[in-house]
Design a protein around this ligand. Sequence first.
Ligand code: NA7
Length: 544
Amino acid sequence: MGTPQQQTPAAGIGTSEEIEQFDAIVIGAGITGLYALYRLREHGLSVRIFEEGGGVGGTWYWNRYPGCRFDSESYTYGYSFSEELLQEWDWKEYYSGQPENERYLNYVADKFDLRPHIRLNSRVVSAVFDEDDDRWLVQLEDGHRARGRFLITSVGILSAGYTPDFEGIDSFKGPWCHTSRWPKEGMDLAGKRVGVIGTGATGVQLITEIAKEVAHLTVFQRTANFCAPLRNGPIDDEAQREIKATYPEIFAKCMATAGSFMHQFDPRSAMEVSPEERLEQYERLWAEPGFKKWLSNFYDVMMPGEANEDYAEFFRNKIRERVHDPVVAEMLVPKDHMFGSKRLPCESGYYEVYNQDNVLLVDVRQAPIERITPAGLKTSDAEYELDVIIFATGFDAVTGSLNRLDIRGIGGQSLKDKFAGGPRTYMGISSAGFPNLFTINAASVGNFVRAAEPLVDWVSEAISYVRENEFTRIAATLQAEDDWVNHVNEAGAKILRSQADSWFVGANIPGKARVLLTAPDSAPVMRAKRAEVAANGYEGFLLE
Ligand code: NA7
């Protein structure tokens, strides 16, 4: 393993504090960052992670709101790189909750002795490429600096929380927070009048959980979502043994599917079977846990068209069956976007919450929020008195977390400026004019860990290739980048997740350019593409 060295700053850089030297600097100690640290050290590099939070875990460190949990099967979401880890760790539930997920990532950090290489409470403010030295100079908020040949931004795709700029927010007398900054000590909601803004995957989990304890809950909904029962449960000993004995098969299944989930589509079209058979399949899958309901269904329910609408109507009727008040039910029935064009939240009793006397649903598309007041919230229709306001209003996805870092490449070019019209990368990983920077947070979607591991492996091998061949720079060529951006725009326009206004395309953030923020291709296609690029001597990259 390489070891970090100290070096006094080069002339003109500034303070007299020593600048730490590493082969690679990783920003973020979430799932991807922890694995990047592990893998790069295996390749013999000295590595330092800078992590803004006070602990490791990334998403699973910050999102402490009640109800936060996986929607993917826990045992498909763990790291696969260590057989020992797989056999040691017992997932207790099929869809594990945040506290357990955070514990898991801490366990990994300890088991692989990662902590000495992680600096917590370390917010990176800038990273500047030094063209004389071909290294990145990273500056932290507390003044600390470090230099590294390679810079890896494992800052998450959903980590820059978005709180709408409502007028009067600072005048509110009670506590308020965004779900991704839920206080570590918790929030006392018992007996309080609580308002929740947002009904995405986060809002749906949160609302279901806090409805059990608050005195009154007002949910401000702009768009109704298609949500389906998660059907979580404990993993018993026998199931645990079965899971541990079949990890290779489980991961092989995941790696064969588009989103790296363990569910395979039914190769039949929904429209080629009889209505009775179709309904029988819908009902059978409805009774099953998790994403199976859409990812094991007829393949065309997840494509624009007749099958998609047929399945959407099945969902709508399920909502109507569960909500007693028909007016409220119709408010919860999604009618303005295609099934699957937004992320499909899983739930555990969400719709029944609206049958409680102390829960009120407010449609803020029909009567928009005008302002936050000292005593609550005012829409164009009415005023609502609240003790606590919770913003489940989502994230400035993918580019948001990069934009918070001032990243400067060749000639002082800013990555934020370059990405103003959407990410300009080659395969999500590299951007022309930003040598030795790997934006791995911009490259994956789907089952996150399954996508992150092969991506980090590829980046680590690319870095080793650069070092072994005594190059000091690697960056996408402008041509490869242009071709990739054109591909994302063309192929991306046709896929289901580009069709609705959501974070997938940046449409949830006012003023953000509308482009698909991740690759339009399936995970196997992306892995094959990267393998081909590497086999051809890193085709599309400039090595200097
Ligand atoms: P999402 O899915 O972006 O949901 C955010 C929610 O907040 C959604 O219901 C939005 O309504 C609502 N929102 C956002 N801004 C406003 C304003 N100004 N007024 C009213 N309502 C607003 O984020 P989540 O955190 O739930 O989920 C993110 C991902 O985390 C999810 O996809 C999973 O992968 C895990 P809208 O739908 O935009 O009308």
